[in-house]
Design a protein around this ligand. Structure first.
Ligand code: PEP
Ligand code: MG
Length: 536
């Protein structure tokens, strides 16, 4: 038995045979060609075939996982047309008189290294994409079909890293869990695993030579156990049984309201990062969306997303949620979420720096574009707008003024605007202390316990070394939550939590007793929280 450690990307236990996944690798040799132009023509034909394959994959992906997830194939198609990439390949064939396979492989590797060295997370992830498209072209040139793991039975899939195209070509019914040696918790594999609700581990660097062996994935502890001994296997079989029973019990709560035994209704909402997450929200029967982190739209883009692009995304979420409340948070970048095209300066203390509403009130045009998109989308569902990182009343009033002007502007343009609830996040100690004043300005409060804990305990949420000091149950935080709820209720508005603490089921009862009206959690935690509520 071997126990290999990695990083948990999604919870749960899986037991089964391990299969190594890998597209058939083509051995690329460098050979000289006498007719470079003919070789370039051969390359161009292969590139066209690759583009057609990607087009077909895009259509398949739209049908299976929705437009948002499918967009990656459009990105691949665009990368395949990138002038620098094409010039690099053709220049190499011409200058060095080498075969197309070699030129594509070397150029792909060079581009991938450039991407991998970039600061921006999004750009770094493109390193895998450029390798993926180059490997596709090489396969076509060499006349090799696409490979994959042969899975006769549901298996644990182990891979170096999974490219989105590979992930999508898998037979979903045969994947018990994903394990990658590389990858990050933000990789497409992790995102897909979460959507598919199956356990996933990343960075299990030692998962070598495990193909065909028996394995256990522990998506909670971040472990891959290879060839478990009988005792370990039995204990995990028990865990798996428990997991199934728990899920069945939880499934029985679908369609039921989150009401305590004495009749108090708690809104159990879900947090999302994009349109693609709405499926999981609906599958888990959340009563609304309590936090749509809109900055992911900006993080996934190489330039400011246009009003139209944003409008389409917000409208899609509002429509899919069919009249249920959808709280969209305005742009919250800065600190740990950096975006190159914003051109922000490097800061000594980014968490205490230029971020969120502070950027929005400075870059007014960027903010207005988002607010226009939100207002237009409000005609298609029940949209609420929420502003992060508030510390002062004037900030709230300024945002409200801008919002009112935009509503007027849109009405003058003949565009419909729905009724929009307006709220703020309470995630700074200052906003807790003046919650009584802020409550007079807004329709609701949503407490961001992740940042509130960071700022109250003076603990950088990114610093793993401080884990032993990071006490999410610190009495200071719990008392602050109570202060916020009381201040809200005094003004007749509601208060909820959208930070991670909201999903801590050991606190659900305490939260309900404090008077919280809403808890917004990751989609997979909606039913466990409802379960706590209905049993108290
Ligand atoms: C929070 O701070 O608790 C929160 C919900 O926002 P984020 O984690 O995106 O900063
Ligand atoms: Mg926050």
């Amino acid at each position: 038995m071997k126990v290999l450690s990695g990083k948990a990307a999604f919870k749960g236990v899986a037991i089964g045979k391990i299969r190594e996944f890998g597209a058939k690798k083509v051995e690329v040799n460098k050979t000289s060609v006498s007719d470079a132009e003919a070789e370039i023509t051969r390359f161009e034909a292969a590139k066209e075939t690759a583009s057609a394959q990607l087009g077909a994959l895009y259509e398949k992906a739209v049908a299976e996982v929705g437009e948002e997830n499918a967009a990656i194939f459009e990105v691949h198609q665009m990368m395949l047309e990138d002038e620098d990439y094409l010039d690099g390949i053709k220049g190499m064939i011409r200058d060095e008189q080498v075969n197309a396979e070699y030129a594509v492989s070397v150029t792909g590797q060079n581009f991938s290294e450039v991407f991998a060295g970039m600061d921006d997370d999004y750009m770094r992830e493109r390193a895998a994409d450029v390798k993926d498209i180059s490997a596709r072209v090489v396969r076509i040139l060499a006349g090799v079909e696409e490979g994959g793991a042969v899975m006769e039975e549901p298996s644990i899939l182990v891979a170096e890293d999974l490219a989105p195209s590979e992930t999508l070509q898998l037979d979903r019914s045969k994947v018990l869990a994903f394990v990658t040696r590389k990858g990050s918790t933000n990789s497409h594999t992790a995102i897909l695993a979460r959507t598919m609700n199956i356990p996933a581990l990343v960075m299990v660097t030692e998962a070598e030579h495990v193909d065909g062996l028996m394995g256990i994935v522990d998506g909670k502890e971040g472990k891959l156990i290879v060839e478990p001994d009988e005792e370990t296997l039995r204990s995990y079989q028990d865990k798996l049984e428990e997991q199934k029973k728990e899920q069945e019990l939880l499934n029985a709560l679908k369609g039921k309201p989150s009401v305590t035994k004495d009749g108090r209704k708690i809104n159990v909402y879900a947090n999302i990062g994009g349109v693609e997450d709405v499926e999981a929200v609906l599958a888990n029967d959340a009563e609304g969306i309590g936090l749509f982190r809109s900055e992911f739209l900006y993080l996934q883009s190489s330039d400011y997303p246009s009003e139209e692009e944003q409008f389409e995304a917000y409208k899609a979420v509002a429509e899919k949620m069919g009249g249920k409340r959808v709280i969209i948070r305005t742009l919250d970048i800065g600190a740990d979420k950096q975006i190159d095209y914003f051109g922000l300066d490097k800061e000594e203390n980014p968490a205490l720096g230029y971020r969120a509403v502070r950027i929005c009130l400075n870059k007014r045009e960027v903010f207005k574009t988002q607010l226009r998109a939100l207002c237009r989308a409000s005609a298609f569902g029940r949209i609420a707008i929420m502003v992060p990182m508030i510390i002062s009343v004037w900030e709230v009033r300024t945002v409200k003024e801008i919002l009112e002007r935009i509503k007027e502007e849109l009405k003058e343009e003949g565009k419909e605007v729905g009724d929009i609830e307006f709220g703020i996040m309470i995630e700074t100690p200052a906003s807790v202390i003046i919650a009584d004043e802020l409550a007079k300005e807004v329709d609701f409060f949503s407490i961001g316990t992740n940042d509130l804990t960071q700022y109250t305990l003076a603990i950088d949420r990114q610093n793993a070394k401080l884990d032993m000091f990071y006490n999410a149950h610190h009495p200071a935080i719990l008392r602050m939550i109570k202060m916020v709820v009381d201040a809200a209720h005094k003004e007749g508005i509601w208060a909820g939590i959208c930070g991670e603490l909201g999903a801590d089921t050991t606190l659900t009862e305490e939260f309900v007793n404090m008077g919280l009206d809403e808890l917004s959690v990751s989609p997979g935690m909606v039913l466990p929280v409802r379960n706590k509520v209905v049993n108290m």
